[in-house]
Ligand binder design. Structure first.
Ligand code: T3D
Length: 265
């Protein structure tokens, strides 16, 4: 398994802020995803998972797009894998790595997010969009169904009725409409996107890492739980959070009227 390849996927680490930025980097093809790029993206998420110095992650795109989904030219090349295999072996592991990453991922949606690019945006824990961004499911336009988690994330983010409209009509959604629908949390001017995403990621990185990881785990699990199961799972995870040094530090900081310094223990 290669490391993020340093070409089509860039990983930069801000050691002071404890934030990693993963950048999809094929701007000439709107960051459309090729096989090597998907391998590199999975390697990038695994790398930031292993790096104890990283506490929050930003996912963004180089150039004018976030990601145009599957590289359609590559699919026409001889020897391209059958679609089911490609989705199972290349796309699904990326989405699983993102959701299972015990660190928050901020999607900095700098431009169009189409097809599997929209899925990657939805797999982030939160999304900040540039006012130049847009979303398009796009799969239907090439005779495919939404994949890489799109059928799972979309109704949960925007509701069943809107999800059906977006998935079946495949029409683009502007950044302004995306925030209204709940696809993104906020929209900022294009020139401010990087700074805004960095500020949000730095705030996340300053939080208690174990509590953040457990919160992400609880939110992931809640979709499959009824209320009783969710209450019990919260109690279980709270027990774990309550045993951390960071819980003690947070309590001490409150009593001493100072900012907490979380160690991740
Ligand atoms: O493995 C599998 O296939 C299964 C998984 C499938 C998952 C999927 O993601 S299926 C959906 C694939 N994505 C799409 O269908 C989107 C295709 N792209 C577009 O519809 C448009 O490009 C956009 C709406 C995203 C942006 O439109 P626009 O007008 O701003 O840009 P453009 O002129 O169309 O594109 C600029 C360049 O990027 C252009 O290259 P050129 O002509 O300048 O050399 C274009 O061909 C290239 N590009 C854009 N999207 C893709 C792409 N090249 C390859 N694959 C792409 N997906």
């Amino acid at each position: 398994m290669p490391e993020a390849d340093g070409e089509t996927v860039l990983v930069e680490i801000d050691a002071a802020a404890r934030v990693a930025t993963i950048t999809l980097n094929r701007p000439e093809a709107l960051n459309a995803l090729t096989v090597p790029m998907k391998r590199a993206l999975l390697a990038a998420f695994r790398r930031v998972d292993r790096d104890a110095a990283v506490r929050a992650v930003i996912l963004t795109g180089a150039g004018r797009a976030f990601c145009a989904g599957q590289d359609l030219r590559e699919r026409l090349e001889p020897g391209a894998a059958p679609l089911g295999e490609e989705v199972r072996e290349r796309y699904n592991p990326i989405v699983q790595a993102m959701r299972n990453l015990p660190k928050p991922i901020v999607g900095a949606i700098n431009g169009v997010a189409a097809g599997a690019g929209a899925s990657l945006a939805m797999a982030c824990d939160m999304r900040i969009a540039s006012d130049a961004a847009s979303f398009a499911l796009a799969f239907g336009r090439v005779g495919l169904i939404p994949d890489s988690g799109a059928t799972w994330f979309l109704p949960r983010l925007v509701g069943a009725s809107r999800a059906a409209e977006l998935a079946l009509l495949n029409e683009p959604v502007s950044a302004a409409d995306a925030v209204r629908l709940g696809l993104v949390g906020r929209v900022v001017a294009a020139a401010e996107l990087a700074a805004e995403a960095s500020a949000v990621a730095a705030r996340l990185a300053a939080g208690a890492p174990r509590a953040i990881a457990l919160t992400k785990r609880a939110l992931n699990a809640a979709w499959g739980h009824d209320l009783d199961a969710a209450l019990e799972y919260e109690a279980h995870l709270q027990d774990l959070a309550g045993r951390t040094k960071d819980h003690q530090e947070g309590m001490a900081a409150f009593i001493e009227k100072r900012q907490p310094r979380f160690s991740g223990e």
